[in-house]
Design a binder for this molecule. Structure first.
Ligand SMILES: [Zn+2]
Length: 312
């Protein structure tokens, strides 16, 4: 499995150990931040579970591994939100349950994967829970989530827990060099711990965020208020998330300076003291949660209110 992203390797090694020792239960949950390519890990696990030659890694040669590689393995079922919908519906989980109740096509295990499990609505969660409580024999459920706290606690407690640790900045820098990617300091600041998101960061976004940070480090914020608000309201969810990441990194930069990210983070730390910055990040994250929960809220007003705190 030499193509696995390097930051997935430690967890994969642990999972392989559990596979070898036959310690893996029939429901496991993998928690991972977005942007880590965790699907690779799920595929490696599915392939290993279904392989008829080997226990801790797909051999790549057996009938099962070949079907897996072709994406047509009849005993591997992956559930994810439909493209047009944000939620995983109860019908989708019922279909998964029906699949689980059938017998294996290759007289081995069946592997059922639920990706982005936090997007199950409550009836879908309950339907999954029912199956997890009485799992059909020879079925392994793999639940992947980016937000464990949003899952039904009873679903979480039914599963053995695994966690993908994000890479360190050094690891990401190393990976970037290996891939010969050219990445700006700002992009690295944002996605040091979610490297696969680097590709989605456009030049336009980068310019916007850079000017935003520059504005936020000026002496008088009220003078800059309309410019700041204009940048943040064009695509609020995305730009507020990016701002939040940079400010969180700046907070950590106070205690342990990030080598290679000084050009972005040091001006923020010079302009704001730790206490003020941490209160503002806290308020920013509350505002983001409110906007997610109530999309009808007036973003502009909330932002102006937020900026006046900075000014005090
Ligand atoms: Zn195989």
């Amino acid at each position: 499995m030499d193509s696995l992203y390097p930051w997935l390797q430690p967890l994969w090694t642990q999972l392989q150990k559990a596979l070898t020792q036959d310690r893996l239960p029939n429901s496991i949950m993998i928690e991972s931040a977005d942007g880590l390519g965790e699907q690779q890990l799920i595929d490696a696990l599915g392939k290993a579970l279904l392989c008829s030659n080997s226990t801790d890694e797909g051999c790549g040669f057996c009938h099962s591994c070949q079907l897996f590689a072709a994406g047509t393995h009849p005993d591997y079922h992956r559930l994810m939100p439909l493209e047009t919908k944000k939620q995983i519906s109860v019908d989708q989980v019922r279909e998964l349950n029906r699949f689980a109740a059938e017998s294996s096509q290759l007289s081995g295990k069946r592997v059922l994967v639920v990706t982005l499990a936090e997007q199950m609505n409550s009836s879908a969660s309950n339907a999954l829970l029912k199956t997890l409580e009485e799992p059909p024999s020879q079925c392994v459920f793999v639940v992947l989530t980016h937000a464990k706290s949003q899952l039904l606690p009873t679903v979480v407690s039914r599963c053995q827990q695994w966690h993908v640790s994000p890479p360190s900045i050094e690891q990401t820098q190393h990976w970037i060099a290996e891939q010969s990617l050219s990445v700006s300091d700002l992009a690295l600041t944002l996605y040091a711990q979610a490297p696969l998101k680097l590709n989605e960061f456009t030049e336009n976004q980068s310019d916007e965020l850079a000017s935003l940070i520059k504005l936020l480090t000026k002496d008088n914020l009220l003078v800059e208020q309309s410019k700041i608000v204009a940048i943040l309201t064009s695509e609020p969810q995305r730009s507020l998330e990016q701002l939040s990441i940079v400010l969180h990194m700046a907070l950590r930069h106070f205690a342990q300076p990030y080598e290679g990210l000084e050009t972005i983070l040091t001006p923020v730390c010079n302009r704001w003291d730790f206490g003020t910055l941490s209160r503002m990040v806290e308020r920013l994250d509350i505002m983001r949660a409110e906007l997610r929960a109530h999309p009808g809220l007036n973003t502009e007003l909330l932002l102006i209110e937020w900026l006046t705190y900075w000014h005090e």
